[in-house]
Design a protein around this ligand. Sequence first.
Ligand code: SAH
Length: 326
Amino acid sequence: MSEKPVFDDIPEPPPSSRPERSGAPGSIVEREASDGSRSSAASPLVRDDGAERDKAEPLTAPPTGSLTIVGLGPGPAQWLTPAAQTAIDSASDLIGYGPYLDRIPARDGQTKHASDNRVEIDRATHALQLAAAGKNVAVVSGGDPGVFAMAAAVFEALEAGEPAWLSLPIAIEPGVTAMLAAAAKAGAPLGGDFCAISLSDNLKPWEVVTARLEAVLTADLVTCLYNPISKARPWQLRAALELAARHRDTGTPVIFARAVGRPDEALRILTLAEAIEAAASADMATLVMIGASSTRLIARPGDAAPYVYTPRSVTKSPCATSQGRT
Ligand code: SAH
């Protein structure tokens, strides 16, 4: 288990009547008079739609902040959606892995809380605590936040956390995930059925990874491998590609798409046999895509890289492509 971050910047929860931002429809807000005085018993709480509060409603207001989990895309600013940008701009607090926060220019009145990339649950809990304390929090994630990323960590923390957090408005702003960015650079390799597997065995046993790989290779899906390799997991990618070679022709296209959209982007289109030998050259910024049996190249003149594509139509049974090789 990695080291726990120290969070010394969590504000005290506000008094239950503290006005902040209008919450979800129907939430109670307190009106503040122009002289700054707060509502009292003589000046009843009103709902944010202007209606008087029902006497049966509890006086304790639900948490008043909000939480948005924002996808930054694979890197370049032009791959950030306008909605994601708006969520970032309107946040009082940004939470995320340091390098992702570094992509966002600092602005007055906005606090950045950077953390290590292995402390997702702590980070998610911190975000929920800040939102419950009245902050408008944006948790930022590379690519899409729902793909092997922070959105699931936030819901894990929510499930295990304070019941009051369930009243928080939580929104997710999608981003361009690495496999879509990589596919767009290569041609149309995801034109047929495909799947995504994280090769990391930090959160699941390696036997589960290999069982799933067997299943999707047998089904003849294009297979995108996230988290293909790391210093702590140096051999798994080669093992996965060797497994693929038991189900696919060794000439099947394999894409190593590294740092797509960033200045150090590198796209390599290999055969499966070449990919096995090149496995150690991949890194954590690489998305590996193993073609289906129908995935093929269209050669281009000169030095231009070929297009990789998978036809939309399938004419033969996956069993016919895998049986006999396993
Ligand atoms: N939420 C992210 C994925 C997080 S898992 C997303 O939707 O893209 C981290 C893995 O994503 C990396 O190990 C790598 O396999 C892949 N990845 C992320 N950004 C990438 C990029 N710019 N180019 C290629 N692969 C990338």
